[in-house]
Every structure is written in structure tokens, then in C-alpha cells.
Ligand binder design. Structure first.
Ligand SMILES: *[C@@H]1O[C@H](CO)[C@@H](O)[C@H](O)[C@H]1NC(C)=O
Ligand SMILES: *[C@@H]1O[C@H](CO)[C@@H](O)[C@H](O)[C@H]1NC(C)=O
Ligand SMILES: *[C@@H]1O[C@H](CO)[C@@H](O)[C@H](O)[C@H]1NC(C)=O
Ligand SMILES: *[C@@H]1O[C@H](CO)[C@@H](O)[C@H](O)[C@H]1NC(C)=O
Ligand SMILES: *[C@@H]1O[C@H](CO)[C@@H](O)[C@H](O)[C@H]1NC(C)=O
Ligand SMILES: *[C@@H]1O[C@H](CO)[C@@H](O)[C@H](O)[C@H]1NC(C)=O
Length: 201
């Protein structure tokens, strides 16, 4: 009985970690997922619609983060940049192509890089909600979001639901909160079962 309980625990742990990793994005980049949820809480506090994940924007955000990677954080980079002085990358079009995008469907989008040593979640959130970037987060025209990070850099890309800013969304409305809930339920049930099997053995 004891052995089968242990086996059950092992099996359930394996299963639940597999479930957790169905979306690799959520697996590897906790900061990104956390920022995604915090931004939507911020939007909710302003009675704005929540932003849905956009895979192409996500891809593009990662590409941009790769460009900034290695650059030091200063008081004139990232969220502290004076608008209009952001660096322009010559290989911008290549990054668009890599993410199945082109200038026509990204024109109305918004790319916001931030530099925070160690990507400390609360500081990262402040960099978006307490800077000039908040003007974009406050804007009801944005409906989608992509987030990418490399090193100390995290990039948020906002998309619209118009053809000039759609980033050609693939609908990826994964029910991450539902996943977590069902998983807690599963683990809880397993522990209960395990406890019961010890009790009755
Ligand atoms: C959001 O909506 C609620 C209920 O309609 C209202 O009480 C609240 O003042 C609104 N908040 C903002 C920031 O508009
Ligand atoms: C940025 O940092 C430099 C050096 O630390 C300082 O001299 C400058 O005043 C700062 N600028 C702003 C706008 O805070
Ligand atoms: C962008 O892609 C669309 C659809 O694939 C195409 O019609 C359009 O010509 C492209 N625009 C540019 C500037 O490449
Ligand atoms: C963004 O993060 C950096 C690094 O932690 C910090 O120095 C800066 O004050 C933050 N900016 C905002 C607007 O929160
Ligand atoms: C965005 O909205 C928040 C909350 O209403 C406000 O504090 C902030 O100043 C706004 N940002 C801009 C750039 O207007
Ligand atoms: C686009 O978003 C706006 C604002 O959220 C909404 O009012 C509108 O119905 C949306 N249009 C489409 C085609 O989804």
C-alpha cells in the first residue's frame, strides 16, 4: 500500500509537470507570464479590456530583446528613454520576416523595451505602468500583447485588432489560469489519496 502510494505520487508529479509545460513560453519565462498577468490586472483596474497573447508579437518581442541583450541599463535606456530617441535597428525587417510579419501589419503596434537588472518583477511592472509607457497601456485601442526577454531586457509589444496593427494574430487564448486551477485540484486530490492510502494501510 505504501509503495503504491509513492508510485502514485511520482506518476502524478510527472503528469502534472508535463501538463505545466504544454506551453513552453510559460515554462521557461516566469517573468514574462507574471508581467502579462500584472498588465492585465492594471488594465482591469482602469476598466479596459484585457490583452490577449499574440504569438507573432511574442516572437517579435523576443527578437527585439535579443537586439538589446548585453546593453547596460542606464537612466537613458528602456523605460527611461525620451520618446523618439529609441535605437533603430537596421535588421528590423529581418526580425519582422522571421516572425511572419511585415511593416503593413505592425505599423500601429507599439514596441516597449525596458531594462531592469535581474528582471525583478515589481520593478519591471513599474517600468511599464509608471513611465511614459503607461500611455500605451492606458489605451483602449490595444487588444493584444507579446512579451520577450533576454538578459536584463524585457520587451512588450502591443497590438491592435485593426489590419495595420494586428500582427496577424493566431488566436492563442490559452486558459492558463484554468490550467493552474485544475492542476492544483489534481495535486490536492493526489495528496488526499496518498494520505488516505497511508491511513488505511
Ligand atoms: C470602473 O467601473 C466601475 C463600475 O462601473 C466604476 O465604479 C469605477 O469608477 C471605474 N473605474 C475607472 C478607473 O474608470
Ligand atoms: C543619468 O545618470 C547620470 C550619471 O549617473 C547623471 O549625471 C544624470 O544626471 C542622470 N540623468 C537623469 C535624467 O537622471
Ligand atoms: C505584407 O503582407 C501582406 C499579406 O501577406 C501583403 O499583402 C503585403 O503586400 C505585405 N506588405 C509589405 C510591405 O511587404
Ligand atoms: C525601471 O527599472 C530601473 C532598474 O531597476 C529603475 O532604475 C527605474 O527607476 C525604473 N523605471 C521606472 C519608471 O519605474
Ligand atoms: C495612465 O493611467 C494611470 C491611471 O489612471 C495614470 O496614473 C497615468 O498617468 C496614465 N498615464 C499617462 C501617460 O497618461
Ligand atoms: C476592436 O477593439 C475595440 C476595442 O476593444 C472593440 O470595440 C472592437 O469591437 C474590436 N473590433 C473587432 C473587429 O474585434
Amino acid at each position: 500500500m505504501r509503495l503504491s502510494g509513492l508510485a502514485l505520487l511520482l506518476i502524478s508529479l510527472t503528469l502534472s509537470s508535463t501538463l505545466f509545460c504544454i506551453h513552453p513560453v510559460q515554462c521557461d519565462h516566469g517573468e514574462e507570464d507574471e508581467l502579462f498577468q500584472e498588465i492585465n490586472k492594471y488594465r482591469a483596474s482602469l476598466n479596459l479590456t484585457s490583452l490577449s497573447k499574440n504569438e507573432n508579437a511574442n516572437c517579435f518581442a523576443n527578437e527585439m530583446a535579443g537586439e538589446f541583450k548585453g546593453e547596460a541599463c542606464t537612466n537613458s535606456t528602456g523605460a527611461n528613454t525620451v520618446p523618439g530617441t529609441e535605437p533603430q535597428f537596421s535588421n528590423y525587417p529581418d526580425h519582422l520576416t522571421k516572425c511572419h510579419l511585415n511593416v503593413s501589419n505592425t505599423r500601429d503596434g507599439s514596441v516597449m523595451p525596458a531594462c531592469v537588472p535581474g528582471l525583478v518583477p515589481s520593478l519591471v511592472l513599474d517600468n511599464f505602468t509608471r513611465s511614459l509607457y503607461s500611455a500605451n497601456l492606458n489605451d483602449s485601442k490595444y487588444t493584444g500583447i507579446g512579451i520577450g526577454s533576454q538578459d536584463n531586457w524585457i520587451v512588450v509589444v502591443l497590438t491592435t485588432n485593426t489590419s495595420q496593427g494586428s500582427f496577424v494574430p493566431e488566436t492563442d487564448d490559452n486558459s492558463s489560469s484554468a490550467n493552474v486551477i485544475s492542476q492544483f485540484g489534481f495535486i490536492y486530490f493526489t495528496l488526499l489519496f496518498l494520505a488516505a492510502s497511508f491511513f488505511f494501510s
